[in-house]
Design a protein around this ligand. Structure first.
Ligand SMILES: [Zn+2]
Length: 365
């Protein structure tokens, strides 16, 4: 039905499966549960950083865990075409800490097909986990071995934007005041491709609730934007085919998928390391201990920090925590440690501190 118009159509999880899709999103990434204070102008960012408030809406985002490698398999398509798709998709890897592992994976999270009668689409983020095994999660309805490279790349970058969790930019609520749609012209235009009114509403005219927005400001360069034909707007407004990842596309995806920072190496009995803390930030350090003895891990400086000691040899095993046992509002842990590798996490203390601190580890005498 949509094969004559080269525009991507939304995939939405059916009501019956929504609960399961939420569960999958939350087990993928705990911070997919977001809280938007009512009336907040920037719900996504506030929800990530801000405290729980009484009047708030809960919603579930569909982001993958940062650092994740996603297996991708092709269900059909000539191998040369598959190679071109893989190469284009991997452009996203320079902006997100996700890796696409294309190959013959029997249980791939992402499955690509080239069914010509089905249009181009992708499920959004972790919704792909709710698709029946063996069925495509991404389809490229009009890509063939002879598709010019700039068109192939545009479509692949757009669909893999959905894979990362991005939604359509023309349906950003901020677009509502920017794109002066001529509604009758829009209906008439898409009707000639067989789109029903409700499909046109759902894919073109309706904006998302603010919780599901990509950006706070409308980005007319986004790869996630449909072209806007001047004849479909009142007055003069048009956007051509965006073929590149915009600056905002890249920057936004980076905030969702930051590179996991390598912990900084501390030396037992060595120099103390200077560092700093922003709100909601965690700094991680690591050290190796080669003798079974009591040790002191502590922070110094003007900032109220909280200290967590993890290990040995397991960066997820919490051994000890402290908030204020050090000098001033600093943290201090004294503990017998057996040989092994340890990790030290420093985050804002109970006083919600931000600012400089230094950290050290030494043997207790
Ligand atoms: Zn799309």
């Amino acid at each position: 039905m949509h094969s004559h118009v080269k525009m991507c159509v939304d995939r939405t999880i059916g009501r019956g499966q929504r609960h399961q899709a939420f569960d999958r999103a939350l087990s993928e990434r705990a911070d997919n549960l977001l809280v938007a204070p009512v009336g907040d102008e920037n719900p996504v960012r506030q929800a990530v950083a801000g405290p729980l408030v009484a009047r708030a809406t809960l919603f579930v985002s569909k982001r993958w865990a940062p650092g994740r490698t996603l297996a991708v398999s092709f269900l059909d398509g000539p191998s040369e075409l598959c190679d071109r798709v893989a190469k284009a998709a991997r452009e996203w890897e320079s902006s997100a800490s996700l890796r696409f592992d294309f190959g013959r994976h029997p249980a791939a999270e992402l499955r690509v097909s080239f069914q010509a009668d089905s249009g181009s689409w992708s499920w959004i983020g972790t919704d792909a986990l709710s698709v029946e095994p063996g069925r495509p999660t991404i389809n490229f309805g009009w890509l063939t071995a002879t598709t010019p490279q700039d068109e192939l790349r545009r479509v692949v970058l757009h669909e893999f934007g959905h894979v990362l969790g991005l939604v359509h930019e023309h349906q950003n609520p901020a677009a509502a005041g920017v794109i002066p749609w001529n509604v009758n012209a829009v209906y008439e235009y898409y009707a000639q491709f067989g789109w029903s009114r409700s499909e046109i509403d759902a894919n073109v005219l309706q904006t998302y609730s603010r919780e599901h927005t990509n950006f706070t400001e409308f980005d007319r360069s986004s790869i996630m934007l449909y072209p806007v034909d001047d004849r479909l707007t009142d007055g003069s407004f048009s956007v051509g085919w965006n073929r590149e990842l915009s600056v905002q596309d890249r920057a936004f995806v980076r905030t969702w998928y930051p590179e996991p920072a390598d912990p900084v190496e501390l030396l037992v009995g060595g120099a103390r390391l200077e560092a700093g803390l922003d709100a909601a930030e965690v700094e991680t350090f690591t050290f190796v201990n080669d003798i079974d003895r009591r040790h002191i891990v502590d922070t110094r400086g003007p900032t109220d920090v909280h200290l967590t000691l993890l290990g040995p040899d397991d960066p997820a095993a919490v051994l000890s925590m402290d908030d204020d046992r050090g000098q001033g509002r600093n943290a201090r842990i004294v503990r017998r440690l057996r040989p092994g590798r340890y990790w030290v996490q420093v985050r804002a203390g109970a006083g919600n501190g931000q600012g400089p601190f230094n950290v050290g580890v030494r043997r207790y005498r």
